[in-house]
Structures are given as structure tokens and as C-alpha cells.
Design a protein around this ligand. Structure first.
Ligand SMILES: [Zn+2]
Ligand SMILES: [Zn+2]
Length: 163
């Protein structure tokens, strides 16, 4: 197991033999490949998962708590602009059963899952993003296209006729 751990740099691995019995902070960053998102059209990880976790062995359990975060390049689902954001789980808590003979425990998967759960399914560049005009494709955050106004004008003129 020792060699296996050494062969996987960039993973979050706790060496139980060296873990301080009062617990210990693990701070670092996984390798960027850890957050495998597949073919996500909206999100691209920037760098690895950054963690600051307090790890403590209590009896046969390993308790882990702290914060994990991941920087992301995003494409806004409304206006298609690029923007950067950070997925953060500020209260990561997990416990793991310590297997009898193992010297190392790999927490990478647990940290990865915590980040996945915080990811937005439809990221938007800002809550007030106005998206694209469905008629002409203009980015309504930047330009006021005339499509809507024309639509409203014709609507009003129809009312004028009724009056
Ligand atoms: Zn947007
Ligand atoms: Zn338009």
C-alpha cells in the first residue's frame, strides 16, 4: 500500500502511521485530473481541489472535517459568456472506518464527491443575467436590441385599433 500511495501524487492520502494522535491539519491541492467532469459543456475545472481538513483517528474511525474548494471556468447557461467561479463546501464532514492493516487512507474520492454536490447544474454569470434575445441572439446584458420593443409596439398598436 505504501508504494501504491507514492505512485498517485496529487491525491489526498492520510498516512495513519504518522497521523498525530490529537489530529492534524491537511492542507493542499489535489492534481487537476481528480475532478473528472466528463463532457460538461458548462464547467471546466481550473487547477485541483484545494482542501484544508482536520483529520483525526478516534478508535477505528477516521474523522475528517474542514473546507474544500474548486475553481471553475464556466459558460453562462443563459448568455453563453465565460466567467470564473469557485465551488466551495465550507463544512465538509466525513468519517471513515479504519481498515485493520492499512497504513494509508485515500480521501480523494470523498472530497471529489463533496465538490460535485456543490456544482450548479445551470451556472449563470450573475443572478440578474438577462440572457440572449431569442429572436436576434443579442446579449441583452450588453445591448438593448429592438426585437422586444417592436413586439410591444405592435401589441400597443393593435390595442389602439380596438380603441
Ligand atoms: Zn449570463
Ligand atoms: Zn433581439
Amino acid at each position: 500500500m505504501r508504494e501504491a500511495a507514492l505512485e498517485t501524487p496529487g491525491r489526498l492520502i492520510v498516512d495513519l502511521a504518522r497521523l498525530d494522535e490529537d489530529g492534524e491539519w491537511y492542507r493542499g491541492e489535489t492534481s487537476p485530473e481528480v475532478l473528472e467532469l466528463g463532457a460538461s459543456e458548462w464547467l471546466t475545472p481550473q487547477g485541483g481541489i484545494v482542501y484544508a481538513l482536520f483529520v483525526q483517528a478516534l478508535g477505528t474511525e477516521l474523522l475528517v472535517r474542514g473546507e474544500v474548494r474548486q475553481r471553475l471556468a464556466c459558460v453562462c447557461a443563459r448568455c453563453a459568456d465565460s466567467f470564473e467561479t469557485e465551488a466551495v463546501e465550507p463544512e465538509f464532514v466525513a468519517s471513515f472506518e479504519i481498515p485493520g492493516e492499512e497504513a494509508f487512507m485515500d480521501l480523494t474520492e470523498a472530497v471529489r464527491e463533496a465538490i460535485i454536490l456543490t456544482l450548479p447544474s445551470y451556472p449563470v454569470c450573475r443572478d440578474a443575467c438577462r440572457g440572449l434575445c431569442q429572436a436576434c441572439g443579442a446579449n441583452l446584458n450588453r445591448t438593448a436590441c429592438t426585437c422586444r420593443r417592436e413586439g410591444r409596439d405592435s401589441c400597443w398598436s393593435a390595442l389602439d385599433v380596438l380603441e
